[in-house]
Design a protein around this ligand. Structure first.
Ligand SMILES: Nc1nc2c(c(=O)[nH]1)N[C@H]1C(S)=C(S)[C@@H](COP(=O)(O)O)O[C@H]1N2
Ligand SMILES: [Mo]
Length: 530
């Protein structure tokens, strides 16, 4: 075997003979080999995770662990302000740290291959531990993914160092030839690794589940929502639609990767402080009588005037019936929804009985729940912010005492989360320039379970003028409104306020979203030109 440092090649120029042995690998080549090996390790683990349903992605596992370890306020802010780009940034950040670690280990491997290999193993162990401690991940799956990743990385590192070592002696022509060979090997490894990693990522189930989802037909509900009255939609350009299409419906969750749940393997458990715990398959749940309702869902983090609110026509199984079947014990005063991803949200059990349209939702705007909105099932309780009620990817409904806290409660959010009466001005857009003359000021207002009775508009702090309300879809749904205004040139401030069905007008007091929802009047600034 052509072992470095043992060459007896007479053509080897003695003067240029580098330090012998594996030490002969240059720092640059060592680093490159290390990065290549790290890419191979990540790619191998992602491919395994992508191919097997039971194998979790370590990259996502670490990302989830980072999110869970992040202080509540930062977490909340990141999730809501940056939307979902922050999650991609987190994954890219973790991948970069892995590559930097790979570079360092590659450098180390020039002299201490065993130590570097141990480094790869240690890195994999960290990933496995972070991933396996997530409730929805299989421990064995994580261990296998980690072992394959580490093994692939170590093998790649050894081979690349082998190629690099061969170039450090021999005739100059041979050296440049083998240098080229090393660069081609390292470059090829990087490209193939990145492609494989991306492929593994894409394979990871989401698309497959969506294919299954598309074949599902919703049963006809025994209680349909009333047909949308002709006057419910004012048909004003830029105004929020009566029903927000699923593709445009806001999304808030802590999940890095949308849980991809095979409905055939899924179970919904009803358990805890109940006399008769039971569990349902998707088929059994779908066979139960269903209701349909127009309900506005809002996020507690929504700023006044913000977009984290939407109205949809939901379909599902009434929560009341499921709780009656289980027989709630007197101590079971809280309903805690558990998600397959570990998220939890809890609300008073009496609301589940009192609120007519509280349901385990399986449909949204006429189709099975989209994957990102909780397929195969989620909770929906009209009148409650999502963080205490609307558990997506629901796996269990637990009846508990009030002492049990859902995900956001220890992170500084209020234990009770009733949706505050709110309004929003959609038209004109804030900051818009419009032409003088007759224009429409329009928006939506919501107070789920109470309904909207009145919306008023004030221009430049002038008197409150009553807006025209569109026809109502019911008390749980938002309602469009508009006011005709003869706009005069200049800059103007327009504010609005809503009064709910109990006669209470939203408060003017300005408060931030934390801990129980933002308050204050929505307001826009516009410029009117001649
Ligand atoms: N599993 C799970 N369910 C969840 C959340 C989550 O992070 N994980 N977020 C909740 C919050 S804070 C809100 S506002 C709603 C948003 O529902 P949507 O994404 O369908 O609009 O889902 C709720 N259900
Ligand atoms: Mo939320």
């Amino acid at each position: 075997m052509d072992r470095p440092g043992e060459s007896t090649d007479p053509t080897e120029p003695k003067a240029e003979a580098p330090r012998s042995g594996p030490r002969a690998v240059s720092r640059g080549n060592g680093i490159l080999a290390g990065i290549g090996a790290a890419v191979v390790a990540l790619a191998a683990s992602e491919v395994v995770a992508g191919l097997s349903r039971a194998a979790p992605s370590l990259l996502l596992g670490v990302g989830d662990a980072v999110i869970d370890a992040t202080p509540g306020w930062l977490d909340r802010a990141a999730i809501d302000r940056l939307g979902h780009s922050d999650k991609s940034a987190l994954i890219i950040g973790i991948a970069c740290i892995s590559l930097i670690a790979g570079a360092a280990l590659g450098n180390l491997a020039r002299k201490h291959l065993i130590a570097a290999a141990s480094g790869f193993i240690a890195f994999a162990v960290c990933g496995v531990v972070a991933t396996a401690t997530r409730p929805d991940n299989s421990v064995l799956g994580a261990v296998i993914v980690g072992a394959i990743g580490a093994a692939a990385g170590i093998i790649a590192l050894r081979s690349l160092l082998g190629v690099a070592t061969r170039q450090s002696h021999g005739a100059p022509a041979e050296i440049s030839q083998s240098r080229r060979r090393f660069l081609v090997s390292a470059g090829g490894t990087l490209v193939i690794g990145v492609l494989a990693g991306v492929g593994g990522w894409i394979l990871s189930g989401r698309e497959r589940i969506d294919d299954i989802r598309r074949t599902i037909r919703l049963p006809r509900p025994f209680r349909s929502a009333a047909p949308v009255p002709a006057g419910a939609d004012l048909h004003i350009d830029g105004l929020s639609p009566v029903h927000v299409p699923n593709s445009g419906f806001y999304r808030v969750d802590t999940a890095l990767q949308t849980p991809a749940i095979d409905p055939d393997l899924w179970r919904l458990e009803v358990r805890g402080l109940v006399d008769r715990p039971f569990s349902l398959t998707y088929e059994e749940l779908m066979a139960l009588p269903q209701i349909e309702a127009d309900v506005t869902l809002a996020c507690v983090s929504n700023d006044v005037g913000g977009n984290l609110v939407g109205n949809a026509r939901w379909q599902g199984v009434p929560l009341r019936g499921l709780l009656e079947r289980a027989g709630v014990q007197p101590a079971g005063v809280q309903v805690v929804g558990h998600s397959v991803d570990g998220f939890t949200a809890g609300f008073p059990a009496k609301l589940a009985t009192r609120i007519d349209n509280a349901m385990v939702a399986v449909g949204m705007n006429g189709v099975p729940l989209p994957v990102e909105h909780g397929f195969p099932a989620r909770l929906l309780v009209p009148g409650l912010y999502g963080y205490v009620s609307a558990t997506k990817w629901l796996s269990a409904i637990e009846l508990a005492g009030w002492d049990v806290d859902g995900y956001w409660i220890p992170r500084g959010w209020s234990k009770n989360g009733p949706i505050k009466t709110q309004s929003r001005i959609d038209v004109p857009a804030d900051g818009a320039t419009v032409r003088a003359g007759h224009i429409a000021i329009a928006g939506v207002a919501w107070a789920p379970t109470r309904g909207i009775e009145k919306v008023e508009v004030s221009i430049d702090s002038g008197p409150w003028q009553t807006a025209t309300l569109a026809d109502s879809l019911g008390e749980d749904s938002w309602r469009q409104w508009h006011l005709a205004w003869d706009a005069s040139p200049g800059t103007h401030t327009v504010s609005a306020r809503a009064t709910d069905g109990t006669g209470v007008t939203q408060t003017a007091t300005v408060t931030p979203p934390a801990p129980d929802g933002a308050t204050g009047y929505p307001s826009i600034q516009i410029t009117v030109r001649r």
